[in-house]
Every structure is written in C-alpha cells, then in structure tokens.
Ligand binder design. Structure first.
Ligand code: TTP
Ligand code: MG
Length: 357
C-alpha cells in the first residue's frame, strides 16, 4: 500500500522580536537592533534574544553574551524584550495562518507547520497558498516571514531556513534528498553540537555524507537516533502535523547584573519572573500544574527543583508562592546567586478546565 503524498508548509517569522520592535518604532529602520539583556556599556550580563539582519552582519547572534554583542556592534539599538507584545502579535499571526490548513501545529513563538494536503493538489497550488499567507501576514501585521514547502515536516523546516528573510523555498518529494545533500548535518532538526562533533569524527560533514553512510555503523554509534538520522538525511520523516497547544513549557529567567547574596532581592526578582510567566500563560489561555525553579550560583553550579501542584492554576499568586518554596533552600548566606529562572508545564487549555469543573 503506498502512502498518500503529503504537502507540508513551515512558516518562520523573520528576526521576530526585532521585526516587531522595528514595526512599532519606524525610527529604528535601517539600524542594527538587538533585543536582550541590558548591555550596560559592555559590562552587562545575560544574553541576546535576537538581532535584526543589520546586527547579524556584525556577527551578533541569538544566545550570545550581551557583552560580546556590544563589542561587535556598539552602535546598535539595544532593547529589553517586550514579551506581552510579541505574544500578542504571535497569537494574531497564528490565527491568520491556521485558516489555510486542515492540520496546524504551532511550534514556538514564531513558527508553525501546516498540512495542506487536502487543499493543494500539487506544488504549484501549494506555492499559491504560501504566497497568500505571506501576503496576508504582510498586509495585516506588516511583518515578513519565510516559508518552506515540502513532502514532510523535516524538509519543510529546513526549506524555510534556506532563504531568509522573506523567502519561499519549495522542495518537491523527488527533490528532497538532493536538496538536503549539500547542507551541513547541523541543519537536520535535533542534531546538536555534540552529535555534530561525533559525526565529524566519522568523516560525516554534510547531510549527503550521512545519507550514504552505512546505517548499521550509525546504529552502533548512536543507537535508535542513528537510524533516525539516516532516514532524515534521506529526506524521510513520517511525523504528523499535530494540533496541540504548541508549547510544553513556558519559562523566564534572569541573570543579575551582579551576583546577589541578599535573599530578599532574589525573591523580588522571582516574583517578577512569575508575573511574566503567568502573563504569558493567561494570554494563551493555559492552566499549569508543574512549577520548576532554576538557580545558578556565582561559580555556575546550577540546580533545578520542581513541584507538581494538586490543582491546575493560572494564578500569579500560586506560582509566586510555589516558586518561593522551591527556591528557599538554595538561598544561603554563603552563596551568591547569578541567575534564577521560573518554568511552568503540564498544561491544559482553558476550555477544558471549565468542562472539568
Ligand atoms: P528564531 O525564529 O530562531 O529567530 P528569529 O525569528 O529572531 O530570526 P530568523 O529570521 O533567523 O528566524 O526565534 C524566534 C524568536 O525567539 C526570536 O525573535 C527571539 C526568540 N529567541 C530567544 O529569545 N533566544 C534564542 O536563543 C533564540 C534562537 C530565539
Ligand atoms: Mg524566526
């Protein structure tokens, strides 16, 4: 029995946080813009959330220490993240996008997968749909995105990243393996830095190298993941586009400007983080049950501790109280704290909560 051929789209907004900031502040247009921690004239700690393409030209990247970004690009506009705004824009974009598909899957704040098999009889029709989506997002939100179209989620995702910004890359099922072959293995989803190093040691640099490698040796070296990677390298991915809340957890963390000994200051920051987290869960109509806190001491020793509540909640006070209980044992007069974080997980959607009650 042959499987029905699918057509999948992956949409990824271009430099999302900074794009939203540029839209709100036209005076930033054309300048390098960095969203992230306060750079404090190069002495700031914490990291870059994202940067626009002008700042990327200077070498600034997501996740890089903000102090390094400052060195690379001192003239950029540096902005703190405005999460409530990004979430609001993200939700509106998801509402635009989901109309175009029978199956829709949100994937992080600025990405989504669409299964349009039932709506596009071929790749030409798929291209028309992709162009309509780009046009509607541009008209309604004045933002650009990049879209990849392919026979499965894997190929669509790699394709959306292929030409950025404002790209549209179409990869038909019979072209998938050839399209992937020259790309570095790290472009495959879930191939992290460690795996990349191990693959390099085996002489595997490109996805094509991986596709032609002996699968039994890959299985020996990487177990089930080896088999999985070999399939992916040949452009094979059977995973479905699945409707779900899209997020498994929501978290916020902060690196203090200087290491903190005073428990009250740490707890105050914890309250603020908890507030930011519940703002986000409320905006997505999610109730949570599990709370996790993270603490990093000045020597980078890091601990996390979780608790699952007896009830689902979306209340800031519940989160603040639980987070405080969890963090308290780590606040010791002899240890300075560098970073703290709050995460919530085990979600259900608001409507379900009402039916449960
Ligand atoms: P990405 O889609 O990875 O990045 P991007 O949209 O900024 O840029 P690109 O044009 O390459 O797609 O992430 C979406 C948003 O998530 C990004 O705007 C900011 C946030 N983010 C972080 O806060 N930290 C990170 O390390 C990354 C990668 C993203
Ligand atoms: Mg993006």
């Amino acid at each position: 029995m042959s499987e029905k051929k699918r057509i999948i789209l992956h949409i990824d907004m271009d430099h999302f946080y900074t794009a939203v900031e540029e839209r709100e502040h036209p005076e930033y247009k054309g300048k390098p813009v960095v969203v992230g921690a306060d750079p404090k004239q190069g002495k700031g700690r914490g990291v870059v959330s994202t940067s626009n393409y002008e700042a990327r030209k200077a070498g600034v990247r997501s996740g890089m220490p903000i102090s390094r970004a400052w060195k690379l690009c001192p003239g950029a506009v540096y902005l703190p993240p405005n999460f409530p705004l990004y979430i609001e824009v993200s939700l509106r974009i998801m509402d635009i996008v989901r109309k175009y598909a029978d199956k829709f899957e949100r994937w992080g704040i600025d990405e989504a997968f669409l299964d349009i098999t039932a709506r596009a009889k071929d790749y030409t029709e798929a291209e028309t749909i992709a162009k309509q989506i780009k046009q509607e997002i541009l008209e309604k939100e004045r933002l650009t995105c990049s879209i990849g179209v392919g026979p499965n989620k894997l190929v669509a995702k790699v394709a959306s990243d292929y030409q950025k910004p404002d790209g549209l890359t179409i990869v038909r099922d019979d072209e998938a393996e050839r399209f992937l072959a020259p790309l570095p293995v790290r472009k495959l989803l879930w191939v992290g830095r460690k795996t990349e190093e191990k693959l390099k040691a085996l002489g595997i640099n490109t996805i094509g190298d991986l596709a032609h490698y002996d699968p039994s040796v890959l299985a020996e070296n990487f177990g089930v993941m080896g088999t999985q990677m070999h399939l992916m390298a040949r452009g094979i991915d059977r995973s479905e586009v699945e409707q779900r809340t899209g997020v498994k957890s929501i978290s916020h963390e902060t690196t203090f400007e200087e290491d903190i000994k005073d428990a009250e200051t740490v707890l105050k920051a914890l309250n603020t983080l908890s507030e930011e987290v519940t703002k986000e869960t409320l905006s997505q109509n999610l109730f949570f049950k599990t709370v996790t806190v993270k603490v990093r001491y000045e020597n980078f020793e890091t601990h996390t501790r979780s608790k699952t509540l007896q009830f689902m909640t979306n209340r800031t006070q519940d989160l603040q109280k639980t987070a405080r209980e969890l963090l308290q044992p780590y606040l010791r007069s002899d240890r300075k704290v560098r970073l703290i974080g709050v995460r919530v997980s085990s979600f259900i959607k608001g409507e379900k909560q009402t039916t449960l009650l």
